[in-house]
Design a protein around this ligand. Structure first.
Ligand code: ATP
Length: 356
């Protein structure tokens, strides 16, 4: 199995830095999800790994082998990096059948006819598309085409597989099905996987490790549970999870974090706190609560209701923070009520966004 190492990787397009000094160690066999808002540099990072995008500075290692290091003139071409890649668009060869599409990379790699036949049959069965072997891509649905693309990529048993939002063109039910299939393929092949998405559920379902990126920089890397339990920054806290943690902004006054004259928590001495973090299930919609709350929408979810609203209410000149809490009943949009916060927040974050 093959580990991946990104060492101070940087990518600039003209004067714009889109990946900024990014270092990541991806253990062999892990499933790393690159997660972050649109434009944070996820796809660019994956494309640099794949060899589809030049690197401005830094180094990439696949196992023990340096595949890119502009400082010493190393740039191994994409096809010689030992990586397989699955894109958002399926890009199957239209004039070949499913069987031929999946077998082609094996032929290119010099597999014998018998070994090719056996391996193609195996991956088609694994991806539950054996019955489609003699069809052409035009005779397949989008979901089936994506399974063929995945089969074609894993057929040569690459040590590392890269995925760029492979499920984003599928409808909700197919996404769930194909997601489960991808998890199974990963468990069976053990291939080190790097997977780009901005879908929280996909990330949390598949990842052994998540790297949250923001403006081309790494905010936090770790197992999903660790990032959810102990977000290192206010950004990660407010981004990860469905719904994410609730961040209540305030100012440090006399050693206390205060919002709209409500005392939220003591601040460690010498620190300057800017946010208190709470779990969405720990805040209660209650007319007797401390903070004004204007309900924007209420969505049923798994027997509870996700209620999104603005903290501070319409009378708050600062403008409210948008937060989502888990409530036991529906709230009417447009209603102004109040939110009761627990005596102690789950965490505090400083003015620089770091965990205090
Ligand atoms: N060829 C290019 N020339 C100039 N800027 C580019 C180029 N490719 C990407 N960018 C910019 O780099 C930034 C990062 O893009 P990238 O596609 O890596 O983001 P992303 O996190 O994958 O976003 P998304 O989730 O929307 O796909 C964006 O601001 C994008 O506009």
């Amino acid at each position: 199995m093959t580990a991946l190492t990104l060492d101070r990787l940087t990518k600039r397009f003209g004067a714009t830095t889109v990946v900024d000094d990014l270092s990541l160690a991806v253990p062999a066999g892990s499933f790393l999800v690159l997660l972050g808002p649109s434009g944070c540099g996820k796809s660019t990072t994956l494309r640099m790994l794949a060899g589809l995008e030049d690197v401005t500075a830094g180094r990439i290692r696949v196992g023990d082998r340096v595949v890119v290091d502009p400082a010493v003139g190393v740039d191994v071409p994409a096809e010689r990096r030992g990586l397989g890649m699955v894109f958002q668009s399926y890009a199957l060869w239209p004039h070949m059948t499913v069987r031929q599409n999946v077998g082609w990379p094996l032929a290119v790699a010099g597999w014998s006819r018998d070994a090719r036949r056996d391996r193609v049959a195996e991956v088609l069965a694994d991806l539950e598309i054996a019955a489609l072997a003699d069809r052409s891509p035009a005779q397949l649905s989008g979901g089936q085409q994506q399974r063929v693309a995945i089969a074609r990529t894993i057929a040569p048993r690459p040590d590392v597989v890269l995925f760029d939002e492979p499920l984003s063109n599928l409808d909700a039910r197919l996404r769930t099905e194909t997601r489960a299939l991808l998890g199974r393929v990963h468990r069976e092949t053990g291939a080190t996987t790097v997977y780009v998405t901005h879908d929280q559920v996909e990330a949390l379902a598949l990842a052994t490790h998540i790297a949250v990126l923001r403006d081309g920089r790494l905010e936090q890397l770790g197992p999903p549970e660790e990032l959810l339990e102990r977000p290192a920054t206010a950004f990660v806290a407010g981004f990860l999870g469905s719904p994410p943690a609730v961040l209540v902004g305030g100012r440090t006054v006399g050693g206390r974090l205060v919002r709209d004259a409500v005392d939220l928590a003591p601040v460690p001495s010498g620190a300057d706190a800017a946010h208190a973090m709470y779990r969405p299930q720990d805040l209660v919609i209650d007319p007797g609560g401390q903070l004004a709350f204007e309900v924007l929408e209420s969505t049923p979810a798994g027997g509870a209701h996700l209620v999104t609203g603005l903290l501070g209410g319409a009378d708050d000149a600062r403008g409210g923070d948008r937060v989502t809490v888990i409530a036991d009943r529906r709230e009417a949009p447009g209603r102004t009520t109040r939110l009761r916060v627990p005596a102690a927040p789950a965490a505090l974050y400083g003015t620089d966004g770091a965990l205090l």
